[in-house]
Design a protein around this ligand. Structure first.
Ligand code: PLP
Length: 374
């Protein structure tokens, strides 16, 4: 690991204010303007993709990415169960069926060795999600996708700048999607982007984002579009954030190392990993309670809160969501790894302004809260 210095100043710099002021001064406040173009071009280039299509958030970027494939009702999209609801929504809003994969117990990302067994004649796409900053083991996913003619849509919302075998997350699939929500490594407040090398997909994404307008004939519609546009004001913030991304990633990696150093001696906790083929950007620092802890994450969170430390629970798998059972989806499915992660996992304070002192305090509270179980 390199660059492991704590970055303790708040990472809200001068340039956001300057760039946003430029939008206001020049009147370019909606979804046209130089910052939109720059943000799209520079983010695509940073990730190693040809086209960037900025969207109003990460959820609709995923929805548009599935939509631009032109799938038919009942077509299947393979995805991890352990993810945010946005992934399943992207399939369901496009009348497709999400097909769920359990997680790898160490990286918490979808287990690629379980993908092949899910293949049916209706499978059209795979949506791997890089969880909490650690990349999915992509080669086996890409290999299965190629063999079966499936499109790969990466959800890289939590993995800005992470790498897989030296390549950036977001450059590995046919399409990739990012969120720039406030807690993401690069933020525009609300925002998202879809990336692709494919000219046809890019054209489709631009049309879907903008009410289904066609580039050849405006106000003439041949399909149902959306208003998924990002504003120049938001993109201005994104450009400023992108100019500091190495500092932000260095902060996250410092945080990851700082927590791991302090917590690795605790037998009750499973900590995040960094596989030899990956760089983890530690978007969130998760911990998973082992059986020996004698409590679940909800109890642990309560104890930490009582010691002044706020935490957030892990995802609850898509197969355990009432909204999807009510639709008849995922009936009788069990995904033991995701179920354990949901019950035993939480993440510790992981924000951009976290200081070394705060890490010390959190780790003290963690030790104390674990001890209280016995
Ligand atoms: C944050 C996130 C999203 C959704 O992004 P929004 O901008 O909040 O809509 C999608 N996928 C993953 C994995 C995320 O973490």
């Amino acid at each position: 690991m390199t660059n492991l210095i704590p970055v303790n100043e708040p990472l809200v710099g001068k340039s956001e204010t300057d760039y946003v002021a430029e939008c206001l001064r020049t009147g370019w406040i909606s979804s046209e303007g130089r910052f939109i173009r720059e943000f799209e071009e520079r983010w695509a280039a940073y990730c190693g993709m040809k086209h960037g299509v900025a969207m109003s958030n990460g959820t609709v970027a995923l929805q548009a990415a599935v939509a631009c494939l032109g799938l038919s009702p009942g077509d299947e999209v393979i995805m991890p169960t352990f993810t945010i609801v946005s992934c399943a929504l992207a399939a369901v809003y496009n009348h497709c069926t999400p097909v769920l994969v359990d997680s790898d117990p160490d990286t918490w990302c979808m287990d690629p060795s379980r993908v092949e067994e899910l293949m049916t004649k209706n499978c059209r796409a795979i949506m791997p999600v890089h969880i909490y900053g650690h990349p999915v083991d992509m080669d086996p996913v890409l290999e299965v996708a190629k063999r079966h003619g499936l499109v790969v849509i990466e959800d890289a919302a939590e993995a800005h700048g992470a790498t897989y075998k030296g390549r950036r997350c977001g450059s590995l699939g046919d399409l990739s999607c990012f969120s720039f929500y406030a807690n993401k490594i690069i933020t525009t407040g609300e925002g998202g982007m879809a990336l692709t090398n494919d000219d046809h997909y890019a054209e489709r994404l631009r049309s879907l984002r903008n009410l289904g307008f066609r580039s050849d004939r405006r106000f003439y519609h041949t399909e149902l579009g959306h208003n998924f546009r990002l504003t120049n004001l938001q993109a201005a913030i994104g450009v400023a954030q992108l100019e500091r991304i190495e500092q932000s990633i260095a902060h996250k990696r410092w945080m990851g190392q700082a927590y791991t150093e302090r917590l690795k001696g605790l037998p009750e906790l499973q900590l995040p990993v960094e596989r030899e083929w990956a760089t983890n950007v530690y978007w969130m620092y998760g911990v998973v309670l082992r059986e020996s802890a004698g409590m679940d994450a909800a109890e642990f969170a309560k104890r930490l809160a009582a010691r002044g430390v706020m935490t957030r629970p892990f995802f609850l798998g898509m197969h355990e969501q009432p909204v999807f059972s009510q639709m008849g989806l995922f009936q009788g499915e069990h995904h033991p790894v995701a179920e354990r992660l949901a019950r035993q996992g939480l993440y510790l304070p992981s924000g951009m302004t976290l200081t070394e002192q705060q890490v010390d305090r959190v780790c003290e509270a963690v030790r104390d809260a674990l001890g209280g179980a016995k």
